[in-house]
Design a protein around this ligand. Structure first.
Ligand SMILES: Cc1cc2nc3c(=O)[nH]c(=O)nc-3n(C[C@H](O)[C@H](O)[C@H](O)COP(=O)(O)O)c2cc1C
Length: 197
């Protein structure tokens, strides 16, 4: 990735390459994304892990617990905003899109089987995510730590959320002048527009 690159298509595809690398590389700045939802005109943001980036279908995916508030929020209002910032590359991605939950049970099952014990335990909390923990306790207990007896224990709470991207705004900071490219993915071919920063 070079600051001197001015070809919108090249910049766009370079950013997709970074997103794909970030799925597998936990130390990549794009591995974590800030997901914002909106309920009754009240925005809410949280960090989630980028699990899949599909340039062909303009999809970004993350995993979540179906008992978490964001799951219902996304069902009621699928419009989301996603933010990435790479300190290393001084690049911000501001994304808009629409969320849907994965209905492919085979895919969910295969993702589940590929997860380690600790990751699975995130879906085995006795109390649903974001609910109050009773007095006298601090940490949410795991329902059943012996997953050897039932490999699918917790799978019922696990899902993948797919974000179909509508637009990506790429802002690259540089002392010679910031470059800000708006990519409208709802147009075919993609509409690229430089913006003032
Ligand atoms: C580094 C980090 C990674 C996280 N990854 C996820 C994730 O992939 N999926 C998820 O549902 N929550 C993840 N969380 C927790 C969420 O940020 C959030 O606290 C939790 O899901 C409850 O959100 P909600 O009340 O908006 O549903 C992560 C938190 C941190 C700090």
């Amino acid at each position: 990735m070079s600051f001197h690159e001015n070809n919108p298509k090249k910049i766009f595809s370079d950013e997709w390459k970074e997103l794909q690398i970030a799925v597998k590389d936990a130390s990549h700045d794009y591995h974590l994304m800030t997901l914002s939802t909106s309920t009754n005109n009240k925005p809410e943001s949280r960090t989630v892990v980028l699990r899949h980036a599909d340039q062909e279908n303009y999809l970004l995916c993350f995993h979540t617990d179906t008992r978490s508030p964001k799951y219902d929020q996304l069902k009621n209002n699928p419009d989301v905003s996603i933010l990435f910032y790479s300190v290393n590359k001084r690049t911000q991605l501001r994304i808009t899109g629409q969320a849907s939950h994965c209905e492919d049970n085979e895919l969910l099952e295969s993702k589940w089987m590929g997860m380690n014990k600790n990751s699975k335990e995130c879906y085995l909390g006795e109390i649903a995510p974001s609910e109050k923990i009773p007095n006298g306790k601090i940490i949410n207990e795991v329902i059943n730590k012996d997953q050897n007896t039932n490999k699918f224990l917790g799978l019922e709470n696990f899902t993948r959320i797919d974000i179909k991207i509508s637009s990506i705004e790429i802002l690259r900071l540089h002392h010679l002048g910031h470059k800000r490219l708006f990519c409208n993915l709802e147009k075919n071919p993609i509409d690229y527009q430089w913006l003032a920063s």
